[in-house]
Design a protein around this ligand. Structure first.
Ligand code: PAF
Length: 282
């Protein structure tokens, strides 16, 4: 695996690969890698891609400074995992490399409605930061395919919108299902920060999502939404949202709809840790 810290050097290297007919598969990450990230690397490799992973803890997408400061960093272990997975290139830039003119001068994008609901509403400025960094990374890596995890459902939609805004019609976005621990907890870098008692409770989000799915036949979302809110509160979570939405455009739904593809989404805090999860309703 070749490691680049400078964008220009990575670009020169990838130009040669593209001239030699390699297709570039890109997996952007913030590090603290887990099996979910590695499954994206595997997907890219299985599709015959020349696989580029980036690790960059992007300061501009953290609306909460503490969350940024305490975000787990494990670069040596990450490099080892990427080597084991057969990743071809790791891009490991500094903040100055990604924001040479400072974060304020960096181009931002308007995600409209998507930035006003759920994660957008609860984490002001978050998607602005995601847009900035993903825009910059796409400009440097220019991948044929971009691999994302469904766990960040709304982020996937924001990045699809970014693709549209940037006119990258040829870019293939591949979204892979969330990988889960045995008890159903969605794999996430932030899980490392859970204390043992918090970890024991964390799969409750998934259990709530399953109950939203199961109770679809009963047809009253407000009842199951209240049950989930009450359960999470009783167990010590601070719930930000338990929501149901159209899976295609994230239009929020008050109730289950028969002919609409639906996604249920939850965000809740336990102690200092904010967890999110979602499930596509069958
Ligand atoms: O999902 C993440 O890890 C980040 O939001 C991303 C897409 C790498 C941008 O920093």
């Amino acid at each position: 695996m070749v490691i680049f810290k400078e964008a220009a050097q990575l670009r020169n290297f990838l130009n040669i690969k593209v001239e030699n007919n390699f297709n570039i598969g890109f997996i952007p990450t913030m590090g603290a890698l887990h099996s979910g990230h590695i499954s994206l690397i595997n997907n890219a490799r299985n599709e015959g891609m020349f696989t580029v992973c980036s690790i960059f803890l992007n300061p501009t997408q953290f609306n909460d400074k503490k969350d940024y400061e305490k975000y787990p960093v494990s670069t040596d272990a990450d490099i080892e995992m990427l080597l084991q997975a057969g990743c071809d290139v790791l891009f490991l830039p500094s903040v100055d490399e990604m924001y040479p003119d400072g974060t304020d001068k960096m181009k931002t994008y308007d995600f409209g409605y998507l930035d006003t609901i759920l994660e957008g509403a609860n984490r002001p400025g978050h998607f602005k930061g995601v847009g900035q960094i993903v825009g910059r990374l796409l400009d440097i890596v220019r991948p044929h395919s971009l691999y994302l995890g469904q766990k960040d459902y709304q982020q996937c939609m924001v990045i699809k919108k970014l693709k549209e805004i940037l006119g990258l019609s040829a870019l293939n976005i591949v979204i892979s299902p969330t990988l889960r621990e045995q008890d159903g907890l969605a794999m996430s870098s932030r899980n490392r920060r859970l204390t043992e008692p918090q970890r024991a409770l964390a799969a409750l989000l998934y259990q709530c999502l399953i109950s939203i799915q199961t109770k679809k036949t009963a047809g009253d979302f407000s009842i199951v939404q209240k049950e989930c809110n009450d359960l999470l509160t009783a167990k010590g979570f601070i719930t930000e949202y338990v929501a149901l939405a159209d899976a295609n455009d994230l239009r929020l739904l008050n109730n289950y709809e028969n002919n609409t593809p639906m996604v249920a989404l939850i965000a809740a805090r336990i102690g200092e840790i904010r967890l999110i999860d979602n499930i596509l309703l069958q």
